[in-house]
Design a binder for this molecule. Structure first.
Ligand code: SF4
Length: 377
């Protein structure tokens, strides 16, 4: 276990390609400090997403709020069903409108997304916000060339000829590191490797220069070397395009490499939120502790894994009180029956600016340092 470092003590200019083996608790680069009063480009306020089913309402997201300025990367972390992808799809208005209930507010560049018409969403998506999906194999159409799929996206938002759009596609393929883009532009997805397909997806997402990029587990299907290259690419492009990036992942090692802030989600709720070095250095929520403990050691003698006991709850029948209480080994430390009966608020628990957690436990920073830190892999 390497102690988390403070921003001032972090190594500078970390090259991800050289650091594919790393402890997630160690932030190997300097995260950008958030300036007070920095204007949010993406502002999510009290977002609820529900799906009516034959068995009742699935409460996939329950009162989520966060904000993200330009040039920052927010990693949203959690197990399957935590609401990380569902909430991010809502930002792009990607849910089936007939079968989804969305309330709250999502503002992108000052524009309200909740309640946009389909026509408004069509002009908003791609131009102002875009998504990179997990699996480029299924996201790219096998019958069309890579170039035609990028030019279609470009021409949907720009009144230009096919020739001009193709020039732009070649430029974007070159920008994302595809060699010989003038030839590759006329090839089909099956002629690209997995890493190149993901690069092409990134080119397509960025072709209209959107200021908000949502990357939904974009490196999960890739081997570790290509994964590192794609993370480097996204970080480079963010710097060049000045975009805000939401990075959805379950991999805390990736978070340490790319994020400025982390939002940990559990059962549709934010349970911990704050700057990456603070959250990975001294996490305050037992669920975040569980995520860190369940990661295999990356060096030394491998010890036994410590998975979080139990499973995430059914969103159709949420536990009372703290949703994590059936799986939490610290619930007995809280007086009375509070964990089982009262849902904790997401509040500031330390003097650290801009970090919050949702837990009744007293002095969680001390509990982490004395009991959890010594047993981390
Ligand atoms: Fe555990 Fe109680 Fe904190 Fe929930 S509120 S995470 S059950 S200690």
């Amino acid at each position: 276990m390497t102690d988390a470092t403070t921003p001032s003590a972090l190594p500078q200019g970390g090259n991800m390609t050289d650091q594919t083996v790393r402890a997630p608790q160690t932030v190997s680069r300097t995260p950008k400090a958030r300036n007070e009063g920095e204007e949010a480009y993406l502002e999510v306020t009290d977002l609820h997403v529900q799906f009516p089913t034959a068995d009742g309402k699935v409460q996939a997201v329950q009162g989520l709020s966060y904000s993200l300025p330009l040039r920052r990367t927010l990693a949203i972390v959690g197990e399957s069903g935590s609401g990380k992808s569902v909430s991010s799809m809502a930002v792009l208005g990607l849910h089936d409108r007939k079968n989804t209930w969305i309330s709250g507010s999502i503002k992108v560049g000052g524009r309200e997304v909740v309640g946009m018409t389909e026509k408004e969403l069509m002009s908003f998506r791609g131009a102002e916000a875009a998504m990179i999906f997990q699996d480029p194999q299924s996201s790219l159409h096998p019958y069309f060339t890579i170039g035609s799929q990028i030019t279609e996206s470009y021409r949907a938002h720009n009144n230009v000829s096919k020739r001009v759009a193709k020039k732009r596609a070649i430029e974007m393929l070159g920008r994302v590191g595809i060699p010989n883009p003038a030839r590759r532009v006329d090839q089909y997805p099956h002629e690209f490797s997995g890493g190149m397909r993901q690069r092409a997806m990134i080119a397509m997402a960025l072709v209209n220069d959107p200021k908000l990029l949502i990357a939904d587990e974009p490196t999960t299907a890739l081997d570790v070397t290509v994964q590192a290259q794609i993370l480097d690419l996204i970080a480079d492009l963010q710097r060049d395009f000045g975009s805000a990036v939401v990075f959805i992942t379950h991999d805390l090692g990736v978070v340490a490499e790319i994020a400025d802030d982390i939002l940990v989600m559990y059962a549709g709720n934010a349970v911990e939120h704050g700057p990456v070095d603070k959250i990975l250095g001294t996490p305050l929520h037992p669920y975040t502790w569980g995520l860190l403990e369940s990661i295999p050691a990356v060096s030394g003698t491998p010890g036994p894994l410590h998975p979080i006991p139990g499973s995430p709850p059914s969103l159709l029948a949420m536990p009372s009180g703290c949703a994590f209480h059936p799986r939490c080994e610290f619930r007995e430390r809280v007086g009375g029956d509070l964990c089982r009966t009262l849902k904790p608020e997401l509040i500031s628990r330390t003097a650290d600016q801009g970090r919050t957690s949702r837990c009744h436990l007293k002095e969680p920073d001390k509990v982490f340092e004395t009991e959890v830190l010594p047993r981390l892999p």
